[in-house]
Design a protein around this ligand. Structure first.
Ligand code: ADP
Ligand code: MG
Ligand code: MG
Length: 870
């Protein structure tokens, strides 16, 4: 049964929490009930807002009477009457939804004033200036919020008046000045609305409540909710709060404060204070506030009280708080408290400190760090204290920031990079031929291409910043210049990119280094004690493998071999192999590749000594190794390129289909793997844990043949080497027929990128930036299934594969190596599925460790909920 009541006083228990009272209302009630000084007031619930919305925007029955009753109680408590001309009770009417939507909805202060009451207020306070100041604020806020008058109409008058009086600050205007302003404001109100400013306090209140309900549906609030995935039907609560006055003189003021530094997490007060002002002055940035230290000098008693209150609030909420307060005649009042928004660094530091202070448990600390936010910590960032101007924006393709000189081709990038210069490679798009330049570049900027463009994928793999698809960018390769909108820059000029936001900035911006600090290590360590999923990394090079290990990876879940084919010294030989007209020719070229592959594998096994390494045999279609048609060096190559061209390469001759058609390629790779394993074992006295993985299997027969080939080569080459032979599960048929496929497999690794493409029938390159963007904007889909696993569709296929695979082999090893392996929600799903491990890019390993720990904690019920975030 829905609660029959719509209104609760701050001092009444409601049991409804923030869903019912909104964040602001439940904070005010909770503070009141724990004895923190809060002005008296009451909350009209979100139930009332929802009823209003579904009632065709009519206030629900009985609400008016309920408000009247609570207003009467408020009058009794304060000893003042609402609408009284002699000594009026004034209130604020404040929105407050369950989920914080800063600045999105409306608040009106000083409600209850009118032409007479303003004089009464002046008399009882002996402060005419203050009374007039309060009234002119009411007319402006009420005009804006309730009647939709443009703010600039009022602000212009205020500015003009200050100019005429030759003063810089609002506080320098006299009582008479403000009286004049009230006259002007009332005139504006009448012009815009067609009737005078309402003199009846009850009418003001009724219309203000309605306006706050309406603000839930304002376009900006809708856009905000869509952006942050907040449901449209939650509604907002309305808080009616007795006014306390920070604008009464020098013994008064208003401020905001954090209980710890929100950018570093360092303990100690952090905030701002403005003397003789009302709250909105701080928020609106009209006057420049002073650091809280100044408050200590000016209002020492209230400051003492503030310190004590903040300590109590942290103890009560067991989290870092962000508060609003007002001091009226040296008396402190709290007007809001909430969990503070903070940087990842601050989250981590504050959580570790709070464990040491005995405020929270280790499990709490693990549970409350937002894994998604950790990304921030593991890449250099723009120095938040620096100033810069964004010249253009593209896609935030790979996080981190970088400054460097513009270079326009990969060779130059390589040369200058090797010479120790920091360069940003700027291209229309990149291709596999640019790899040597990408390796040396500090960052990558492209005009074309989406989140899965070559530049984006390679950059993410390398943990390098990349801004892709920057529409405003054009390149004049002959003139060696680029244009960013109207601005022209030459090769060699300095550019800064922020791959976390997609910002492109002309010139250099100072960076702050990634902070894989002790605090993060501490929290990850606490999490590791609870984690069931192992975390491996996708790594193709010994450098990546070493990086992954440093971040705590417990092996490699995906080592792609195609990148080894792309390297400078290999590509010509690979092309020779592809161009060969018969098997003999191919084998000759492969013989040249064999020692190179072997040394690659040796280096990786070495870096991962003692840990498992899954190596995937060649996956991409061969034409990816040939140049574009127009760059073919002769007719023979042109015709080979045409021959290999496919209209749907994603569904074409790739994966094990290559291995079945040209077995000599996989033979060479298996040979290189087992030889490398043998060599490393001999050197280290310990055998590497080798897993050989066949891609894109749909039929048992495919894997049966590929396993036979694998076993044969291994037997012949290095019979002493132990290894596992398994398959990627990345086609719906493979999921359905997992019981059969498991007959041939020692392990499964879900390739959820391809599985998502094939299960949904979405080609990623044709979806993102195109119809998928439309789907997301239109709400057909809530999340991009390439970023967050489509648990109900693709996830069900995985569940089927797990069940059927294990029905054949109960001890079948199971993992995931698609990009989802580093996405927190998907990691939680993998935990629930009972996989053995997730594998993700090295830079996401800490994030996956944390997400896996949170999934385990949530399951065990050790914490109320995990993954809450800051
Ligand atoms: P927002 O959600 O935009 O911060 P608030 O409802 O919190 O809006 O209020 C805006 C400003 O007015 C804040 O600085 C707040 O502290 C101040 N304020 C709100 N109600 C009162 C009140 N009853 N007395 C004094 N100041 C108030
Ligand atoms: Mg506020
Ligand atoms: Mg694949």
């Amino acid at each position: 049964m829905p609660d029959p009541r719509f209104v609760y006083d701050f001092d009444e228990p409601s049991h409804g929490g923030r869903e019912l009272l909104g964040g602001k209302g439940s904070g005010l009630a909770e503070m009141t009930q724990m004895g923190v000084p809060v002005p008296a007031g009451f909350t009209i619930t979100t139930d009332a807002c929802r009823a209003y919305m579904s009632n065709g925007k009519a206030l629900p029955e009985g609400l008016d009477e309920e408000i009247d009753a609570h207003l009467a109680a408020l009058e009794n408590k304060t000893g003042k009457r609402f609408g009284d001309a002699a000594d009026p009770l004034l209130v604020s009417v404040r929105s407050g939804a369950a989920v914080s939507m800063p600045g999105m909805m409306d608040t009106i202060l000083n409600l209850g004033l009118n032409d007479e009451a303003v004089q009464g207020l002046a008399r009882v306070t002996g402060n005419e200036r203050f009374a007039n100041d309060s009234y002119r604020r009411l007319i402006q806020m009420y005009g804006e919020v309730v009647d939709g008058i443009a703010a600039h109409r009022f602000e212009q008058e205020l500015t003009d008046l200050k100019e005429m009086r030759g003063v810089a600050q609002d506080v320098d205007l006299s009582a008479a000045d403000l009286a004049e302003l009230i006259g002007t404001y009332k005139q504006i109100y009448e012009e815009e609305v067609g009737s005078g400013f309402p003199q009846d306090a009850r009418e003001q209140l009724r219309r203000a409540v309605r306006a706050v309900f309406e603000s839930w549906d304002a376009p900006r609030a809708q856009v905000y909710r869509r952006t942050y995935g907040i449901a449209d039907d939650l509604g907002t609560a309305v808080n009616v709060v007795q006014m306390v006055f920070g604008n009464k003189g020098d013994e008064s003021g208003t401020g905001v404060a954090f209980t710890r530094d929100p950018s570093t997490g360092e303990p100690g007060l952090y905030g701002e204070f403005l003397a003789n002002a009302q709250g909105e002055d701080v928020v609106a940035g009209i006057r420049t506030p002073q650091p809280l230290a100044r408050m200590e000098q000016k209002l020492p008693r209230a400051f003492e009280q503030l310190l004590e209150t903040m300590r109590r609030l942290e103890e009560h909420y067991r989290d870092m708080q962000d508060i609003e307060f007002t001091v009226e005649d040296n008396e402190l009042y709290l007007l809001q408290t909430r969990s503070a928004k903070r940087t990842a660094a601050a989250s981590v530091k504050a959580a570790v400190d709070m464990v040491e202070e005995g405020l929270i448990s280790r499990e709490d600390a693990v549970a409350r760090i937002d894994p998604g936010q950790l990304d921030q910590l593991l890449h250099p960032m723009l120095d938040p204290t620096a100033e810069w101007e964004v010249a253009a924006k593209g896609l935030n393709a790979s996080p981190g920031a970088a400054s460097g000189k513009i270079v326009l081709d990969a060779d130059t990038a390589e040369q200058r990079g090797k010479a120790g210069e920091k360069v940003i490679l700027v291209r229309w798009e990149t291709t596999p031929d640019d790899i040597h330049g990408l390796i040396q570049a500090a960052g990558i900027l492209t005009a074309h291409g989406g989140m899965t463009s070559h530049a984006a994928v390679v950059a993410r793999g390398m943990g390098k910043p990349c801004v892709a698809g920057c529409d405003a960018l054009s390149i004049d390769i002959d003139a060696r210049t680029i244009a960013l909108g109207d601005e022209t820059l030459s090769e060699g000029d300095v550019l800064t990119i922020d791959g976390g936001t997609g910002a492109v900035i002309v010139g250099e911006v100072p960076l702050v280094p990634p902070q894989v600090n002790d605090d993060l290590e501490t929290i990850l360590g606490w999490g590791d004690e609870h984690r069931r999923l192992k975390v491996r990394a996708n790594a193709d090079t010994p450098e990546d493998a070493a990086k992954a290990r440093e971040f705590g990876a417990q092996g490699i879940g995906l080592c792609r071999t195609e990148h080894m084919f792309m390297a400078d010294d290999r590509l010509p030989v690979v092309r020779e192999m592809i161009m060969a007209s018969n098997e003999e020719g191919r084998r000759a070229a492969l013989d040249k590749l064999l020692p190179m592959q072997q040394s690659d594998f040796e280096a990786i096994f070495q870096a991962m000594a003692g840990l498992p390494v899954t190596i995937r045999l060649l996956d991409p279609p061969l034409h990816e190794f040939l140049p574009p048609l127009e760059q073919a060096k002769d007719e023979r190559m042109r015709s080979r390129i045409k021959q290999l061209q496919e209209s749907n390469p994603m569904l074409g001759t790739r994966g094990c289909r290559l291995g079945l058609q040209w077995p000599e390629i996989y033979e060479m790779q298996v040979r290189a793997i087992v030889r490398a394993a043998g060599a490393v074992e001999e050197r280290n006295g310990e055998a590497p844990l080798v897993e050989i993985m066949h891609p894109l299997v749909a039929f048992e027969e495919e894997l049966r043949r590929m396993r036979e080939l694998t076993v044969q080569v291994a037997e012949q080459e290095a019979p002493e080497v132990e290894y596992l032979c398994g398959t990627m599960i990345e086609l719906p048929r493979a999921c359905i027929r997992a019981d059969e496929i498991a007959e041939q497999a020692d392990f499964f690794s879900f390739g959820t990128n391809d599985l998502t493409q094939t299960a949904l029938g979405f080609s990623r390159d044709d979806a993102e930036g195109k119809f998928l963007t439309h789907y997301l904007e239109d709400g057909v889909l809530e999340k991009n299934p390439f970023e967050t696993l489509d648990v109900s569709g693709v996830g069900d296929l995985m569940r089927i594969a797990v069940d059927r695979g294990r029905s054949t082999k109960p001890d079948l090893k199971l993992g995931i190596c698609g990009e989802h392996g580093g996405e927190p929600k998907s990691v939680a799903f993998c935990h629930e599925l009972g996989l053995d491990y997730v594998s993700c890019s090295p830079y996401r390993v800490p994030l996956a460790r944390l997400a896996a720990a949170q999934a385990a904690l949530a399951e065990s019920g050790a914490v109320a909920y995990a993954g809450a975030g800051g």
